[in-house]
Design a protein around this ligand. Structure first.
Ligand code: F6P
Length: 324
C-alpha cells in the first residue's frame, strides 16, 4: 500500500454546522502526524476543476464556531460520470494526495466509495449532514445544531399558535428520514410528528385529530417531515376535512441548516476528525468514522449508506404519551 504523506479534505453535499470543526480537526491532526494537507474547494466539483490549496494549522484558525463550510460545497453531477472521476483522480495525483477525507452525507459518501473502488484510493468518510440518516453512528455532524434551531423556532411559533388558537404544521428537513421531526417535536413539546418511517402517514393525521385537541388546549403544533408533500399536504387535508380548525403552515427551510454549531456538534466533529487520521494511520480505508455509545467506530461506507437507520420506537411512544 502506498505510504501516506499528503491527505486531501473536502466537504460535499448540503452544508452542516460543525463541518468547519471537522475540517479543523482533520487538518491539525494530520499536520501533527507529519502529513501535508490539501484543501479541496467545492467538493468533488473542485477536485475535477483543480480548486486545491495547501492548508496549514493557521488556515483553520478561528473557524470552529462558524456554520457552513469554509471549503464551500457542491452536489457534483460530473463526479457521477467515469470521465469526471478520472479527471478528479488525475488532479489528486498531480497534487500528491495519497488519501481523501470526505465530509458529507449519503450521496457524498457514495461518491467516495465509487472513487475508492475505481482508483484504489484510501477514502475515509465523516458523517456530515443535518439529516442524521447515516447508519452506524448515533449522530451526524450538524444534526444537534439543526435540532436546537428547530426547537427555538417552534418555541416562537407557539406564541402565535396559542394567542390565536391555531394548529400549526411546521415542516422540517431530513430528506427521507424523520429524526429531525421526531426529536424536535419531543424537545419543543409539539402535539405530534408526522414522519416517513411511520408508513401509516395518513393515519398519523387522523390519529392526531382523533385524539382531539385537548379540551383545555385550543392550539397545537405538528412537526412534519418534508417528504411526500410535507406540511402543505396535511394543512390542506385539515382545511378540507376539519374546517372548524384555523390552520397555518411554516416551512423552516434552510434556516435550520445554518448558524453557529452547538458544543455537541463541535465536540463530535473534533473527535471524528482526529479519529479519521488515526484510522488512516492504522491502514483503514473506505470506512466512515462514527460514534456509537460514546465510542469511536469504523463503519464500512457501504453499510453506512445502504442500511436504513431505524428510528427508535420508544421516541414515538414518548411523544404520544406526552402529547395528551
Ligand atoms: O441533506 C441535507 C438537506 O438539507 C436535506 O434535509 C434537504 O432535503 C436537502 O439537503 C436540501 O437540499 P438543497 O440545499 O440542495 O436544497
Amino acid at each position: 500500500m502506498r505510504e501516506i504523506k499528503t491527505i486531501g479534505v473536502l466537504t460535499s453535499g448540503g452544508d452542516a454546522p460543525g463541518m468547519n470543526a471537522a475540517i479543523r480537526a482533520v487538518t491539525r491532526a494530520a499536520i501533527s502526524n507529519g502529513w501535508k494537507v490539501k484543501a479541496i474547494y467545492r467538493g468533488y466539483e473542485g477536485l475535477i476543476n483543480n480548486e486545491i490549496k495547501d492548508f496549514t494549522t493557521e488556515s483553520v484558525s478561528n473557524t470552529i464556531q462558524r456554520g457552513g463550510t469554509i471549503l464551500k460545497t457542491a452536489r457534483s453531477k460530473d463526479f457521477m460520470t467515469p470521465e469526471g472521476r478520472k479527471k478528479a483522480h488525475a488532479n489528486m495525483r498531480s497534487h500528491g494526495i495519497d488519501a481523501l477525507i470526505v465530509i458529507g452525507g449519503n450521496g457524498s459518501l457514495a461518491g467516495a466509495q465509487a472513487f475508492a473502488r475505481e482508483f484504489d484510493v484510501p477514502c475515509i468518510g465523516l458523517p456530515g449532514t443535518i439529516d442524521n440518516d447515516l447508519y452506524g453512528t448515533d449522530s451526524t455532524i450538524g444534526y444537534d445544531t439543526a435540532l436546537n434551531t428547530i426547537m427555538d423556532c417552534v418555541d416562537k411559533i407557539r406564541d402565535t399558535a396559542t394567542s390565536h388558537d391555531r394548529i400549526f404544521f411546521v415542516e422540517v428537513m431530513g430528506r427521507d428520514a424523520g429524526f429531525l421531526a421526531q426529536n424536535s417535536a419531543i424537545a419543543a413539546g409539539a402535539e405530534a410528528a408526522i414522519i416517513p418511517e411511520d408508513d401509516t402517514d395518513i393515519d398519523q393525521l387522523a390519529q392526531f385529530i382523533g385524539r382531539g385537541i385537548r379540551k383545555s388546549k385550543n392550539s397545537s403544533i405538528v412537526i412534519v417531515s418534508e417528504k411526500d408533500g410535507g406540511a402543505m399536504h396535511y394543512a390542506e387535508r385539515v382545511r378540507k376535512e376539519y374546517p372548524q380548525y384555523d390552520v397555518r403552515v411554516t416551512i423552516l427551510g434552510h434556516l435550520q441548516r445554518g448558524g453557529t454549531p452547538t458544543a455537541q456538534d463541535r465536540i463530535l466533529a473534533s473527535r471524528l476528525g482526529v479519529a479519521a487520521i488515526d484510522a488512516l494511520k492504522e491502514g483503514q480505508r473506505n470506512v466512515m468514522i462514527g460514534i456509537k455509545n460514546d465510542q469511536i467506530v469504523y463503519v464500512p461506507i457501504e453499510r453506512a449508506i445502504k442500511i436504513n437507520k431505524p428510528i427508535d420506537r420508544e421516541l414515538i411512544n414518548v411523544l404520544t404519551v406526552l402529547s395528551i
